[in-house]
Design a protein around this ligand. Structure first.
Ligand code: SAM
Ligand code: DTB
Ligand code: SF4
Length: 352
């Protein structure tokens, strides 16, 4: 299908914008047929980038990048079988199972993240779902991190409705739970929980009044149509997620997905662009795999509409670009951060 034959998403409405200075049609709560998402992927690269830039500038006129820092509050020993994951107990990846961190360790890490300029702090646990004995501890962490003036996010596995409500009451802003891939590819990657389980958790998160952080992984051997299938699933959630992490598979030795042919980096950039166009108001986060992508591909991802990164030397168990290198890259590209946090960190450190 060519660009000209793309259907307008349903319930489109006209909104006045500052930039560009003319009224253009913007979708509100749009629905995206799979073939339209696929048609975006199939556009000539420059046309896709142009459309993504148009959308990005219209919805994010400030063009700032959000810095979110991750901390693994409970590492390894997970009972699930996610084929990409170094923390699954059944794969021999060298990741040791540890106990949940104590509150002081978490608060030290949060303070350091804030001092480094992060605005969001995300706590991740290698659980299928949190047990009752964990909930009090996590609620306490959320309460204290929130009190530091950081936005809070947690990713703890599947949640019951009541657990989502408790996290909301403790001050949680976002819950991260990924669909990971298209429904038709899902069983190639995970067998210990169903796609519907993930959708159910997302429903509980939404109903509790939490903001949804939901994305997936590309480069797991899926086809382009399956990448489009993931984006269509995300974009058709009603409402679509406020935050969309797009992970590039980090191939970890010992996991079933280690040794796959790597994805063409331009296909990753396309995925960012399609996410931007179909979910214009979302923060699209360049997530795992940035080290492997390198600076030039990341720069293209920012052009395609990525406006958030995981910031800090570690993701959960694998390496992320060093914070110094990220600051240098953002400066080189002339990219501002949300609330200019890096600029004030820089000033404080040099005393100017
Ligand atoms: N255990 C919880 C769960 O699975 O919902 C939370 C943590 S889990 C590590 C969060 C997400 O990290 C996964 O859903 C997946 O999208 C991403 N992830 C894990 N390992 C990855 C890898 N090797 N490469 C890219 N993304 C990965
Ligand atoms: C997400 O989508 N990516 C992050 C976060 N949400 C929790 C996790 C990436 C993990 C990469 C592998 C690791 O470091 O263990
Ligand atoms: Fe466990 Fe989450 Fe890793 Fe799956 S992705 S094995 S649930 S830690």
């Amino acid at each position: 299908m060519s660009q000209a034959t793309l259907q307008e998403p349903k319930t489109a409405q006209t909104v006045e914008l500052h930039r560009p200075a003319k009224a253009i049609k913007l979708p509100e709560a749009a629905t995206w047929p799979l073939e339209d998402v696929m048609a975006l992927y199939e556009l000539p690269f420059n046309d896709l980038m142009f459309r993504a830039q148009e959308t990005h500038r219209a919805y994010w006129p400030e063009g700032d990048v959000e810095l979110a820092t991750l901390l693994s509050i409970k590492t390894g020993g997970c009972e699930e079988d996610c084929g990409y994951c170094p923390q699954a107990a059944r794969y021999d990846t060298g990741v040791e199972a540890k106990k949940i961190l104590d509150i002081d360790t978490v608060l030290d890490a949060a303070r350091q993240a804030k001092d480094n300029g992060a605005t969001r702090f995300c706590m991740g646990a290698a659980w299928r779902s949190p047990k009752e004995r964990d909930m009090d501890k996590v609620e306490n962490m959320v309460r204290e991190v929130k009190a530091m003036g950081l936005e809070t996010c947690a990713t703890l596995g599947m949640l019951e409705a009541e657990q989502a409500e408790r996290l909301k009451a403790a001050g949680l802003d976002y819950y991260n739970h990924n669909l990971d891939t298209a429904p038709e590819f899902y069983n190639n990657v995970i067998s210990t929980r169903e796609y519907q389980d993930r959708l159910d958790t997302l429903g509980h998160v939404r109903n509790a009044g939490l903001k949804v952080c939901c994305g997936g992984i590309v480069g797991m051997g899926e086809t382009r149509a399956q990448r489009a299938g993931l984006i269509a699933q995300l974009a058709n959630l009603n409402p679509y997620p406020e935050s969309v992490p797009v992970n590039h598979l980090v191939q970890v030795e010992g996991t079933p997905l280690h040794g796959l042919d790597p994805l063409d980096p331009l296909e990753f950039v396309r995925t960012i662009a399609v996410a931007r166009i179909t979910m214009p108001k979302a923060r699209v986060r360049l997530s795992a795999g940035r080290r492997e992508l390198g600076e030039a591909v990341q720069a293209m991802c920012f052009m395609a509409g990525a406006n958030s990164i995981f910031y800090g030397d570690k993701l959960l168990t694998t390496d992320n670009p060093e914070a110094n290198d990220d600051r240098a890259l953002l400066a080189k590209l002339g990219l501002k951060t949300r609330a200019n946090t890096l600029e004030s960190v820089q000033k404080e450190r040099c005393g100017c």
